[in-house]
Design a protein around this ligand. Structure first.
Ligand code: NAP
Length: 690
């Protein structure tokens, strides 16, 4: 079978020299791959001219819903991917991480739409007041880059590797060209076929290269983004491509990582933490046969516990049945191919020169349900390095298989130092129930790590583990790990957007951003905003309320109702040394009174008030002052109507199409000066319920 590339809207089998691809368990050839004949420049142009504009037209809400639809579609087809995934040597658990972990990433990114406006662009951070009179302000707008995301991926996660990256660039409104590692591209190809056939993505949003992508970087421009996951040597070679430098193209690199797991001195045998440590390390050594960028390569333990760890870990590793994942009881499959076995064996031999192998054997191990000589199998290998400050290979050589080294430490400073000797890692974990140890370790080691897991009995049950990058957190690490950041919730999406500072009058910036800016024109209409449907409310639309003169009774009554008898509100004799001249009104009273002024109580399209953002009490309010509210529609975010399955019970009021309207509450006094500012969030019904 010839794998196909998806280029410029067509499926094309590469011409010329084809690379044979093998079933990692049986050694049989299952496909060939070639990208010869593809015109990379034309593919990139197609993405920029066809996919980009279509995605940029969509709002974040629409892009999120597109990802959600895609995730639902792919999950319905998952059995197909599991069947193909087993040919990469993966067990069911390994495949679950790749397939369902990848699809889960689409879901997680789809949900992020709620953190974005109902626009194709994003307004970042706070307004910057740039003038005394308030007529000149600054802000930051973020727009999708008008280029293409080129994702060059490693062989170990043919599905997750693609989905965790494209989810993010699609959310941002940028098309992608995916280049999986050739070795396991047969699995990526199956899924991309389903994605394209589903027509859920706009044309040009996704293209696929199954063979080599050598030369693709010759065509990048400054609007493109390149991401690379793979070995540091390839990464460095690509990162120094002159075209990247010339065009200042962002290059996000995720490379080798010699991740460590540290056993806290408190976690002695007999504690729950000791058992957790052994379990976690064994799992991280053997899941995906150790071919995980986050796998534990260095096991850093207190000197006095080395023997206990070696024995306990050895016991668990001995129970790890290696073989054909289809066979019941098999816990570790094969590496992804014979090339990988050769590479890992070479690394193990290098490591053997400076440290002692205490578990496993390169030749002598058992394989269940498969021919050991044909499949890409390997035994777990455990080393001990007694002199880790002198024999430093374990901190530098990454054997990308089930290979790890126990390293002793004398005190916490040494443990921190040793963890940092990986010269930058994606992740490390510390297993301890001692908060002082945890804090000192985190503060000492964080500069060299992208993520730190602190594991103890309290979180173990729900912990996602040392090895799982989570879509809402950044994934990446400094130094050797490439210095990159992927995913990371909103942060990841913004990576594909250009942040531009914009300056002008508040009214002009309001019009450009569709977000009301303090000081901009306010328009009053006859009808109260609470009597208007979502579609009818205009940004900048304002209600100027009636006024209220504050009395001592207001303060006393509020103190009694709320039970808040803070001295500044109730004890006029206690104000010496404070900024207050007299009993000051409670900030929460000011806000509550404001609600009494701006709320229109008649039943209307406003369904509920569900919170506050950015609340500030900026000037003391005393009895005798007169307050009023300027209540202005600031921002609108529409929400899709929640869908329910047939027969499913619909919670009360949940079948309504509605959106969120943020209102700026500007409470001011008789001089016109603002005394309190807040943003309230209301849920407002649509007039059109279709
Ligand atoms: P690799 O050999 O460096 O290849 C990585 C990718 O680069 C592959 O898709 C490869 O394509 C492509 N590539 C190679 N030369 C290229 C060129 N001239 N132009 C464009 N693309 C090119 O790495 P690997 O063997 O697939 O992966 C194993 C390594 O990845 C390990 O060292 C591991 O630590 C690292 N890794 C890191 C992470 C992380 O998140 N940090 C995750 C997974 C793996 P071909 O397959 O066609 O050669």
């Amino acid at each position: 079978m010839k794998l196909q590339n998806y280029a410029q809207g067509k499926w094309i089998a590469g011409e010329g020299k084809e690379k044979p691809l093998f079933n990692a368990i049986t050694g049989e050839q299952i496909a060939t791959a070639s990208s010869e004949g593809l015109d990379f420049a034309a593919m990139m142009d197609y993405a920029r001219k066809v996919g980009g504009p279509a995605l940029r037209k969509m709002t974040f809400q629409e892009r999120g819903l597109m990802l959600k639809a895609l995730a639902m579609h792919l999950i319905s087809l998952k059995a197909k991917y599991y069947a193909v995934s087993s040919k990469t040597g993966a067990t069911k658990v390994d495949s679950w991480i790749d397939i369902e972990g990848g699809i889960g990433n689409l879901f997680a990114n789809a949900s992020l739409r709620r953190q974005f406006p109902d626009e194709s662009f994003y307004i970042d951070g706070e307004t910057a007041p740039l003038s005394k009179g308030g007529t000149f302000i600054g802000h930051h707008i973020m727009v999708p880059k008008q280029g293409v995301a080129i994702h060059i991926n490693a062989f170990n996660f043919p599905i997750w590797g693609m989905l965790e990256k494209i989810a993010v660039n699609f959310m941002a409104g940028v098309p992608a060209i995916v280049k999986p590692a050739t070795l396991t591209s047969f699995l990526t190809e199956v899924m991309v076929k389903d994605i394209i056939d589903s027509k859920i993505l706009p044309e040009g949003a996704l293209q696929l290269i199954c063979g080599s992508a050598n030369g693709i970087l010759d065509h990048v421009t400054n609007q493109d983004v390149v991401t690379f996951t793979g070995s540091a040597s390839t990464g460095k070679m690509l990162k120094s491509h002159p075209r990247l430098l010339e065009e200042a193209v962002p290059f996000n690199m995720e490379a080798d990582s010699l991740n460590a797991s540290i056993l806290g001195e408190d976690a002695v045998p007999g504690t729950e933490e000791f058992d957790l440590f052994i379990k976690e390390v064994q799992r991280e050594m053997t899941v995906k046969a150790g071919q995980k960028c986050t796998a534990v390569r260095r096991i850093i333990v207190p000197e006095k516990l080395v023997e206990d760890v070696q024995i306990a870990l050895g016991k668990r590793l001995a129970q790890t049945v290696i073989g054909n994942p289809e066979v019941e009881g098999v816990r570790m499959g094969s590496l992804a191919g014979l090339e990988q076995v050769k590479e890992v064996r070479e690394k193990v031999e290098q490591l053997s020169k400076t440290q002692k192998m205490v578990f496993g054997n390169l030749d002598n191990y058992e394989v269940v349900g498969a021919d050991k000589n044909k499949g890409a199998f390997m035994s777990p290998i455990l080393f001990i390095n007694d002199n880790p400050f002198v024999n430093t290979d374990c901190h530098n050589i990454e054997a990308f298989g089930p290979v790890s080294t126990i390293i002793p430490y004398k005190n916490l400073d040494e443990a921190i130092e040793l963890a940092k000797m990986g010269k930058g890692s994606l992740v490390c974990s510390i297993v301890t129930n001692d908060d002082k140890i945890a804090k000192e370790f985190v503060l000492g080691a964080a500069c060299m790590h992208g993520r730190i897991l602190i594991l103890n009995a309290a979180c173990a049950k729900e912990s996602t583990g040392h090895g799982s990058p989570m879509p809402l957190l950044t994934h990446g690490g400094p130094g050797r790990a490439g210095g990159g950041e992927e995913m990371g919730g909103k942060r990841g999406i913004l990576h594909y957007m250009q942040r531009t500072a914009i300056q002008g009058s508040p009214t002009m910036i309001t019009k450009v951003t569709n977000q009301y800016q303090y000081g901009a024109e306010q328009t009053e209409f006859d009808k109260h905003v609470f009597q208007k449907y979502f579609e009818e409310i205009q940004i900048g639309e304002t209600v100027i309320t009636r006024k209220h003169t504050v009395t001592d009774a207001d303060i006393v009554n509020f103190a009694n109702v709320s039970g808040d008898h803070f001295y500044a509100h109730v004890d006029a004799t206690s104000l010496e040394g404070t900024i207050f001249e007299r009993n000051v009104a409670h900030g929460y009273w000011v806000l509550s009174k404001a609600a009494g002024l701006f709320v229109d109580g008649k039943k209307g399209p406003v369904l509920l008030n569900y919170g506050l953002e950015e609340c500030r009490f900026v000037k003391p309010v005393y009895p005798g002052m007169t307050i009023g509210v300027r209540f202005t529609a600031k921002e609108k975010i529409s929400q899709e109507k929640k869908e329910f399955n047939e027969g499913e019970e619909i919670p009360k009021g949940m079948d309504i199409k509605k959106g969120i309207v943020k209102f700026l509450v500007d409470v001011y006094d008789e001089t016109g000066e603002t005394v309190a500012l807040a943003t309230i969030l209301t849920m407002v019904k649509f007039k059109n319920q279709d």
